[in-house]
Design a protein around this ligand. Structure first.
Ligand code: ARG
Ligand code: ZN
Length: 428
């Protein structure tokens, strides 16, 4: 079990401010990933099938959209879950038969890529040690943000906009040649811990904007950029050290043995509505109240104070290859939906021609599902931002969250294309 010795860990490390992670890593030997279609047809006495598999067979929901459900089942529950589906005439596709192997393969690939880098005579391009051949620790990502600030002191400002539940800094980098005048674009990643490609893509975007800053077109240079690669640092650290499949933050929930709130269900928009859970043990637990989490509060307060001139909000997730825009919390049309669809489609086309990846664009509640409490909908409603997109990066399910490190660069390019298309769409 992943929950041993929290209390003592908390007490011992409280003095340092940051909770140390010292649990035994969770393993996924022989755990399988299943894909089940037409899930809405399979209500099990008033309980959605996904929830049922979650509570009864310890299934971990990887992805749920309007077409299918991806769920992982641990070795010890395979037999029971299998016979349950057979009994109820529910078909499944087995996508993967050993998730641990997939995790190990991705890790090994990253190690090899860094060794090749270390062995080659070409110097590392960055002093923080970040690259886009492997996924990196929170420390390296934060060091990279400091490195950028040091290289461009005149136009950069590095904020700690608050602390996470376990006391880590929540860092945002601002890049602007004229913060008073220029229109603002916000980019974030890492709301969900296990979606490692998201912080990797956001740091890639940051790097690409800065390495040729002087040559950038006006629609990039005459903007104020706010970049937050990791909105959920505690979850990210936990996913790297203990449980690869961790999604939520790491807030302790009074009265529950379970930990963590889904930050993308915690924002104050349609918070009590569909698509989230009141159960602290669920992966889509919405929290005790709207905006209850420190991470949510920090972002909300920061954005509310800067909503003037805020023209775009982009948030990177994985997986699914989709560029979606509001609403998610209700099945209704957003104003500007035509413009949002057009720009989303422009990005989809450019991605297809430049990297050959097939992305979809559309409205969140249609393409994914109805879900309240999302950062995208909140920003749209509370900050009156026009261009709001959630980008689901690679892939479409083959590797899921364990996207091989060799795909980081290609995926990063796709993220950059979205950013450029949106920046270009906004009038100067
Ligand atoms: N995979 C993301 C999530 O489940 C999609 C977010 C889309 N936006 C939303 N407000 N639900 O959080
Ligand atoms: Zn996500």
């Amino acid at each position: 079990n992943a929950n041993i010795s929290h209390a003592t860990a908390a007490e011992e490390d409280a003095a340092d401010g940051v909770l140390d992670v010292n649990e035994i890593p969770v393993r996924f030997d022989d755990a399988q990933l299943w894909r089940i279609y037409n899930i809405s047809e399979h209500m099990q006495n008033n309980m959605p099938l996904a929830e049922m598999l979650e509570s009864k067979f310890g299934g971990v929901i990887w992805k749920e959209n309007s077409k299918f459900l991806d769920i992982s089942i641990n070795k010890e529950n395979l037999k029971a879950a299998r016979s349950y589906l057979t009994e109820h005439n529910i078909d499944k596709e087995v996508i993967n038969t050993n998730i641990q192997e997939m995790i190990d393969a991705a890790e090994l690939e990253g190690i090899k890529a860094s060794q090749a880098e270390a062995g080659s005579r070409t110097k590392k391009q960055t002093s923080s040690g970040i690259d886009w051949k492997d996924y990196h620790d929170l420390e390296t990502i934060y060091a990279f943000m400091r490195e950028i600030r040091q290289k461009f002191p005149k136009i950069c400002r590095l904020y700690s906009i608050g602390k996470s539940a376990e006391g880590r800094d929540l860092k945002v980098l601002r890049i602007s040649e004229n913060p008073r005048e220029y229109k603002k674009i916000w980019i974030d990643g890492g709301i969900h811990a296990r979606e490692w490609i998201s912080p990797a893509t956001v740091t890639f975007i940051l790097y690409q904007l800065m390495i040729k800053w002087e040559e950038q077109p006006d629609y990039i240079k005459q903007r104020t950029w706010y970049i937050m690669p990791v909105m959920n640092p505690d979850g990210y650290v936990y996913s790297r050290k203990v449980n690869r499949m961790w999604r939520k933050n790491r807030a302790r929930i009074p009265g529950s043995k379970c930990i963590g709130v889904d930050l993308n269900r915690n924002f104050n928009i349609g918070w009590k509505g569909r698509g989230s859970s009141t159960d602290p043990c669920s992966d889509i637990y919405r929290g005790a109240s709207a905006g209850s989490e420190l991470e949510t509060k920090a972002v909300v307060n920061f954005l509310l104070r800067r909503k003037h001139n805020l023209e775009a909000y982009l948030t990177f997730h994985s997986y699914g290859q989709a560029i979606v825009h509001p609403w998610a919390y209700k099945a209704a049309k957003v104003k500007d939906s035509a413009a949002l669809q057009r720009v989303g489609q422009t990005a989809v086309q450019r991605i297809l021609s430049e990297t050959k990846s097939v992305y979809k664009s559309g409205v969140t509640y249609q393409l994914l599902s109805v879900a309240g409490g999302g950062s995208d909908d909140w920003t749209r409603a509370a900050c009156d931002v026009k261009y709001v997109y959630t980008v689901e990066l690679r892939d479409t399910g083959k590797y899921g969250f364990q996207l091989p490190p060799s795909q980081i660069l290609g995926t990063g390019k796709e993220g950059l294309i979205v950013v450029e298309a949106v920046a270009q769409a906004i009038t100067l």
